[in-house]
Write a protein that binds this ligand. Structure first.
Ligand code: F6P
Length: 360
């Protein structure tokens, strides 16, 4: 009987735990199903250009705790709008993706990525590729799963960074504004803000009022709290609906490049209150490093189920975490639909009830 074959790719921004998923998919496919695996390099780019590597039990050994992805990733390449080197306009190369998939004799393709990668995976399912998704991202904004892998590690990195900024803020009686990633979702900022005991937590889902934020910091100072920690999400939205971006819309991703709110807020606080303020942009540090044990286990559970679904023929779904159990969820419900923090969520309530100001 022909051995079954699984393809694997990692798309979108990298995050800790990608290698743990790759390892789990390959090892389970080999151990429990006697099947073979092939990895595509740099996300969907490798699928379109047929840039691949054979993945064996041995080649995925010792990668469980490694950050990044051994397969490389790309957050620009989309088979349906593919930009060839040196060409200005995109071409629809989805037919090429199907051709490469068939050429490798694949029974399924495991797409590990965030909402962008999973949205494309769903479109590929529509043209005959048997996809299974695995939800990754430090932003934690994928529908259908209580948590993505990578989030716990990024949240821990951000929390420890804010802890370090606390001591220098206290020594110099300053306001410290810490800008976190997360795109349009506030999960990372809210969780790191709660875990670090930040005084102000500003997330995209709750519009902030700059006058009130400055008054809050000033009043703390008057009351004898001589320093303040402000955790602010890169996608923070002000009362007038403005988001600070670093450049106009990127035509290849269709997304604006966020960033700059930390410096803006820090300057406003210093200018309006006279309190010395410093911004820190945590940036890509949040995406790096070794996954936490929680993320290693979540990634391994996700990868193991993804391999099983691929072998059992359950397609056009993504694995997910639901109330502690690993399950699966239809990909069409994930597509173009980021999961935001509900403003009445328990986490918002406990942040407020334990003294954090949410800027509104
Ligand atoms: O989606 C993950 C993420 O790190 C976001 O939090 C951030 O806005 C974006 O990717 C940054 O993308 P890039 O690495 O392309 O600058």
């Amino acid at each position: 009987m022909k051995k079954k074959r699984i393809g694997i790719l990692t798309g979108g921004g990298d995050c800790p735990g990608l290698n743990a998923v790759i390892r789990a998919v390959v090892k389970r496919a080999v151990i429990d199903y006697g099947s073979e695996a092939v990895g595509f390099i740099d996300g969907y780019s490798g699928l379109v250009t047929d840039n691949s590597v054979t993945l064996t039990y041995d080649s995925v050994s010792s990668i469980l705790n490694m950050g990044g992805t051994i397969l490389g990733s790309s957050n620009r390449d989309n088979p349906f709008e593919f930009y060839h080197e040196g060409r200005k306009d995109p071409a629809d190369e989805s037919g090429k993706a199907v051709e490469v998939y068939n050429k490798h004799g694949l029974d399924a393709l495991v797409c590990i990525g965030g909402d962008g990668t999973l949205t494309i995976a769903h479109r590929l399912a529509g043209i005959g590729i048997n996809v299974v998704g695995v939800p990754k991202t430090i932003d934690n904004d994928v529908q259908g799963t209580d948590q993505t892998f990578g989030f716990d590690t990024a949240m821990s990195t951000a929390t420890f960074a804010i802890d370090k900024l606390r001591t220098t803020a206290a020594s110099h009686h300053r306001a410290m504004v810490i800008e976190l990633m997360g795109r349009t979702a506030g999960w990372l900022t809210l969780f790191a803000g709660i875990a670090s005991g930040s005084d102000v937590i500003i997330i995209p889902e709750i519009q902030f009022d700059i006058d009130k934020v400055c008054d809050f910091v000033k009043n703390r100072n008057i009351k004898g709290k001589k320093y303040s920690l402000l955790a602010v999400a890169e996608g923070a939205v002000s009362r007038n609906g403005k988001v600070i971006t670093r450049e106009a819309m990127n035509t290849r991703t269709g997304l604006p490049r966020l960033g700059g709110i930390g410096t803006f807020l820090s300057d406003e606080i210093e200018n309006r209150t006279g309190i010395v303020s410093r911004p820190t942009v945590l940036g890509h540090l949040q995406r790096g490093g070794s996954p936490t044990p929680f993320d290693r286990i979540l990634a391994t559970r996700f990868g193991a189920l993804a391999a099983q679904l691929a072998m059992e023929g359950v397609f056009d779904v993504t694995v997910c975490l639901k109330g502690g159990t690993i399950e699966y969820f239809p990909l069409d419900k994930v597509a173009n639909n980021p999961r935001l923090v509900p403003i009445d969520s328990e986490f918002v309530r406990i942040a407020r009830s334990t003294g954090a100001y949410l800027g509104d």
